[in-house]
Structures are given as C-alpha cells and as structure tokens.
Design a protein around this ligand. Sequence first.
Ligand code: UDP
Ligand code: MG
Length: 321
Amino acid sequence: MSGPVSTGVTAVVPCFNEADNVEHAYREIVTELSEIDLEVLFVDDGSSDDTLEKVRALARTDPRVQYLSFTRNFGFEAAFSAGYRYASRPWVLHVDADVQFPVAEAHKLVAAAEAGQDAVFGVRETRHDPVVRRVGARFYHFVARRVLGIEIPPGATTFRLVRTELARTIVDLRLGTPYFLATVPRLTNRYSTVPVAHRARQRGGSKLNFRWLVGHAMGLFVGFSNRMATVAALLALFAAAVAGLGAVGAAVGLLRTDVVATVVLGVLLAVLGVLAVAVRYLVAVGAGQARPALFYVREATVPVDPADQLMAEPTTEEARS
Ligand code: UDP
Ligand code: MG
C-alpha cells in the first residue's frame, strides 16, 4: 500500500572524492530501479576532486538527478543524513558511490519493505573488504551489542531502505553523537535485516580512515550507553578503596609500606589510563552536543532549509548560469 514500489524511492549517494565512481553508480541505479518512481540524490561531502562537476553534469541531463554540495567535508554520517533529510520520495535507499552492494540487491530490501517494515538493512553474505575492517567490525559489533547492550540490528550495514519520514525524524533529532543504525531501534520495532551480496571496491580506496571509524565507534559506545561511564566510576572507587585499605593496613603495621606503595601505584596507574580514555570521549561527546550543525550546504538543486546553509541561499547550477 505505502511500500516503495508504489510510492517511489530516493537513492541517496554520499560522495567524498568519488569522481571516478559517480557515473557508474548513476548508471547502475537507474538501470536496476527503472520500474520505480526514482530520484537520485547525490551528496557531495566537500570533495576536492571533480565529483561535483560530474554530479552537475548528470543533473543537467537527467531530471531524476538532484544534488546537495557541502561547504566542506563533514563526514560520512553527515553526508547521508543530509541526503535523507532532503529526499523527496517516501523511501530512501542508501547507495554508496562505490556501489560495493550491487544495486540489484536492493530488490531484496524492497520485497522486505513491502511486507511491512519501516527500515530494512542489508547484511553482507560475504564481506569483501580488508581483513582489518572485517575483524574490526566484528569486535565493534560484539562490544556494542554484548558488552554495552546497545540495540543495533545484527550485522546491519549502510545498504538500507528506510521510510523517509523515519529517516528524517532521526536526522532532525540532531544527536550530539549521530548514529543512524543505533537510533532506528529506539524509534520503531518494524525493522529487519536481509542477506545481500557485497563486492570489493572497484575504483579508488576507502574514504573512511581509521581515525574516523574509531571515533564513530566511540561515539556509539559513549553516546548510546552509560555503561562506559559506570565502569569508569566503579574503577575509580575501586582504586580509592585499594589506596585507603593499603594506607590503613600500613598505618596499623599489618602491611609492609613498600608492598602497599607498589600495589596502590599499580592500581592507580591502570585506573588512570582507563579514566583518561573515558574522559577524552566523554568530553568529546559533550563538545559534540554544542556543535551548531551536522552539515552546511553550499549549492543544491533542491530547496534547502536556511538553517542548513552557511551564508547565502544555495545556488543551483541553472541559477548561476
Ligand atoms: N563518504 C562521504 N564522506 C566522507 C567519507 C566517505 O560522503 O567523509 C562516502 C564515500 O564517498 C562513499 C561512502 O561514504 O560513497 C562510503 O565510504 P567508503 O566506501 O569509503 O566506506 P567503506 O566501504 O570503506 O566502509
Ligand atoms: Mg565502500
């Protein structure tokens, strides 16, 4: 009834220095989804190569193509969030510019969505990425789900089909630590996962560097669970207790002073190390809450909320020429 086939889909394509990929992505999207009322919304995340020129050229030749271009690089989460925010169709399909998930696989997401879901996530049957990424992702999922109790759909990826209203609600929450995957289960229980094919990147390298991945994961761990802060507080209490008991033991002559000093110093060092990391990320999250915006748009073919613009109205290619 209100499924993607009858109501339409916006393919959101976040792009950071993907000049070699945008045309391939465009062609695969329009070929595979030709039977659906389609919008292809590219989000240029402050690329320094020819990505924007390539996207403008596509928008000139195909009215289904729209784009947003940021004032600088704001990062992956910001890029797709802007796309979800400004999608015109009732469903958004997330397609990375490198099309590591074949667009044909979207039909599986569509079928699941038609069965009555608000969000459907692709889960890689076999992941074709460097081993560091595969192992890292498993560890991250384990920590998030099992250690910290954060609800994220098991194995879920960014290859997903989501009701635009739901996606937009999440973006508009403007969370200090935005994490789309973890926010969906907080808003609806009508989500599911579907196994999909995955392939290696064909052109260019990954645009997500290690630092960003770690920071994003820590944002999830700290922003979506209190357990890290609780553990840090308990550790500090434990260190204080060890130091206190040691001091009393040494004072009444029950314990040798040099043994007490060694044990207490060792415990304090270990706890301080953990606290230093915890404070670093708790402060980063606090600072994130005051962040003025997730992204700013410089140029677009769709009407953009003034709050999402840095200065003047974003200009379209047509308006300027
Ligand atoms: N991307 C982006 N902004 C960034 C980094 C990445 O818009 O700061 C885009 C990138 O162009 C790609 C998608 O996000 O379309 C996923 O990036 P990538 O394929 O490099 O991630 P990976 O597959 O390695 O996880
Ligand atoms: Mg990729």
